[in-house]
Design a protein around this ligand. Structure first.
Ligand SMILES: [Cu+2]
Length: 227
C-alpha cells in the first residue's frame, strides 16, 4: 500500500507491475532529456546579445525538429504497445474468481473448486486495530495463492466501479451488464490493498479491496475448510 510521502509507484508484487515501472522509468528518462534540451535552448536563445529581425524561414531546423520528435515518439510507442499487449494476455489461469461491485462494497465469488461467495465491507475507523490501515481494511479479504496465474472476472450490480490493486498492476472497470476480465500473478505472500477507482457515489472512497496471498497448500486448506 501507499505510505506517507510516497510520490512514486508502490513496489511491484507482480511481473506485470515490474514491466509497468520499467516503462514508466524509461519514458521519464526521455521526458527529462527533452526538458533539459528544450530548457537549455530556450534560455540560451533568450539571453544572448544576437538579434535577427529579418528571419522568415529556416528549412533545415524545421526538418530537424520534425524528424527528431518523430523518432523519439517511436521509442515511446513501441515499448508502450509491447506492454499493452502483455497486460492484455491471459496465460492459462489456474484459478478464476469473480468480483462484483456494489454501492458501496465489493463481493467475491470463487466457483471453480467449491461455491464460495462473500461480501467485503470496509472496516469503520472506530473498529480498527492498532496495526490496521484506516479506510483500507475489509472484513473479508480475498484469499489467493502466490505464484499462480489468477483470472478475475469483474462486473457491477449497479453503477460503474473499478477494481484496482496498484502493487499488482491491475485496474479494471466494473460495468453493470458486462463481464470484464483481467489476470495477475502474485510474486510473494502478503496483503495488497486497493480502492475503487471510478467515482460511484457517496461512499466511493469507502469500498477498499484487500488481497491476502498465501502458499498454495494453505489456499487449498482454506478452500477445504470454508463453510
Ligand atoms: Cu467507486
Amino acid at each position: 500500500m501507499a505510505t506517507w510521502s510516497n510520490f512514486n509507484f508502490q513496489n511491484s508484487n507482480s511481473p506485470l507491475m515490474e514491466q509497468i515501472i520499467f516503462f514508466h522509468d524509461h519514458t521519464l528518462i526521455i521526458l527529462i532529456m527533452i526538458t533539459i534540451l528544450v530548457g537549455y535552448l530556450m534560455l540560451s536563445l533568450f539571453f544572448n546579445k544576437f538579434i535577427n529581425r529579418f528571419l522568415l524561414e529556416e528549412q533545415m531546423i524545421e526538418l530537424i525538429w520534425t524528424i527528431l520528435p518523430a523518432i523519439t515518439l517511436i521509442f515511446i510507442a513501441l515499448p508502450s504497445l509491447r506492454l499493452l499487449y502483455l497486460l492484455d494476455d491471459i496465460n492459462n489461469p489456474l484459478i478464476t474468481i469473480k468480483s462484483i461491485g456494489h454501492q458501496w462494497y465489493w463481493s467475491y465469488e470463487y466457483s471453480d473448486l467449491k461455491n464460495i461467495s462473500f461480501d467485503s465491507y470496509m472496516i469503520p475507523s472506530n473498529e480498527l486495530n492498532l496495526n490496521n490501515f484506516r479506510l483500507l481494511e475489509v472484513d473479508n479479504r480475498i484469499i489467493l495463492p502466490i505464484k499462480t496465474q489468477i483470472r478475475i472476472m469483474i462486473t457491477s450490480s449497479d453503477v460503474i466501479h473499478s477494481w484496482t490493486v496498484p502493487s499488482l498492476g491491475v485496474k479494471m472497470d466494473a460495468n453493470p451488464g458486462r463481464l470484464n476480465q483481467t489476470n495477475f500473478f502474485i510474486n510473494r505472500p502478503g496483503l495488497y490493498y486497493g480502492q475503487c477507482s471510478e467515482i460511484c457515489g457517496a461512499n466511493h472512497s469507502f469500498m477498499p479491496i484487500v488481497i491476502e496471498s498465501i502458499l498454495m497448500k494453505n489456499f487449498i486448506e482454506w478452500i477445504n475448510n470454508y463453510s
